[in-house]
Design a protein around this ligand. Structure first.
Ligand code: FAD
Ligand code: NAG
Ligand code: NAG
Length: 342
């Protein structure tokens, strides 16, 4: 049979990294096309801080989430230690996660994946008089849109075709493709009608404050300061079921005030830009195969969406699993076509 034709829908972090992993795992055995309505810098992934700090998915087993995080960390750490680091926008960052109540300061499941995880010393805690406990560690950060553009370049080098297109119904793809990989983020709510998927609105500020070198994260996850290569991301908000993509000025002021109370030197920050993104949230990442049929025709679909607040932290691990599922679909197609010949 002709090589199977795979369409990956979505050019955010998840679609790009999944298409790349499919190309790496199944070289020459399929043709791969990436279709997306939006590309960097216009995706949710471009708004994110890109910090590798996992958010827990309540309905995904912890050992699975930990494995995804570990694979992602190992992959990005290798890039960070290579000459590609700057172009790919991957860097190490050290800092503090701080708590007001000792009961909140549990050791997280990912503490042995990040580097040098330890309780903060009394001298470090002096910087945060309103907090009583803290954890210090070093993790990785993906600078967007650099990382997304680097992934796009790797895709082109691997022969992946890239087209701008909005897909309104999966069946439109049925004549041209054998396997469709669904990496549409919050778009899956409309496209597949997945009612378990909901937006969690996040507003952030990107500011120029090059003297800020360490990250600071309030343990409740609401207020954070994440220094990147070109700017510092100040956050944030977590607004469930809010679809509004325009910045709210009161929220901007509130975020700025909260961050200044943790790091007073930010009063001098300049060039404040406001961004909003909708986290594609779900109680578990949807990572599974589905066979759709309609009037005797069949379409193989692999879903990979619903990464919520922690897509950067697990993307390479979920791309690996999705690429494996695509490999199973390819094997099934080849099996059925060889039976058809007999
Ligand atoms: C403010 C904020 C801060 C964040 N910070 C972090 C962080 O520090 N660390 C972390 O790990 N995660 C973070 N996240 C989460 C992270 O951004 C997401 O988990 C991740 O970006 C999801 O990627 P995605 O590719 O699924 O979605 P998206 O980036 O939204 O990509 C979806 C793609 O699908 C396309 N698409 C959708 N529907 C269709 C359609 N019908 N036809 C064609 N194309 C379609 C879109 O155009 C887009 O290209 C943050 C998120 C926000 C909002
Ligand atoms: C991003 O959106 C802007 C405004 O709609 C548009 O002009 C630009 O071409 C888009 N960029 C890409 C890469 O699609
Ligand atoms: C992605 O999945 C969602 C939810 O099942 C669905 O509504 C949508 O049509 C799918 N999109 C693609 C491109 O597969």
């Amino acid at each position: 049979m002709a090589a199977p034709r795979v369409a990956v829908v979505g050019a955010g972090l998840i679609g790009l990294s999944t298409a790349l992993r499919i190309a790496e795992v199944n070289p020459n055995c399929c043709s791969i096309t990436l279709l997306s309505e939006q590309f960097s810098p216009n995706t949710t992934s471009d708004v994110a801080a890109g910090m590798l700090i996992p958010h827990t998915y309540p309905d995904t087993p912890i050992h699975v989430q930990k494995q995804w995080f570990k694979e992602t960390f190992t992959y990005l750490f290798a890039i960070c230690n290579s000459a590609e680091a700057s172009e790919a926008g991957i860097h190490l960052v050290s800092g503090w996660q701080i708590f007001k109540n000792p009961s909140e300061a549990e050791v997280p499941f990912w503490s042995d994946v990040v580097l040098g995880f330890r309780p903060m010393s009394a001298a470090e805690m002096q910087k945060f008089p309103q907090h009583s406990h803290g954890q210090a560690f070093t993790t990785l950060k993906c600078d967007c849109p650099r990382y997304l553009l680097w992934l796009e370049k790797r895709l082109k080098a691997n022969g992946v075709q890239i087209h701008t297109r909005k897909v309104t119904d999966l069946w439109e793809l049925h004549n041209k493709y054998d396997i469709v990989v669904n990496c549409t983020g919050i778009g899956a709510r409309q496209l597949v009608g997945d009612e378990q998927l909901f937006p969690v609105r996040g507003q952030v500020l990107k500011v120029h404050a090059p003297w800020v070198k360490n990250f600071i994260r309030d343990g409740d996850g609401l207020t954070y300061i994440y220094p990147g290569i070109d700017s510092v991301t100040l956050g944030g908000t977590r607004e469930k079921e809010n679809w509004c993509l325009s910045p709210d000025p009161d929220t901007t002021k509130d975020i700025f005030d909260r961050c200044c109370s943790l790091e007073p030197s930010l009063q001098r920050a300049q060039d404040i830009r406001v961004k909003v993104g909708l986290r594609p949230s779900r109680s578990a990442v949807r990572l599974q195969k589905e066979v759709l049929s309609q009037g005797g025709a069949k379409l193989l679909v692999v879903h990979n969406y619903g990464h919520g607040a922690g897509g950067f932290s697990v993307h390479r691990g979920t791309a690996e699993e999705a690429a494996h599922l695509v490999g199973e679909c390819i094997a099934a197609l080849q099996g059925s076509s060889s039976r058809a010949k007999l």
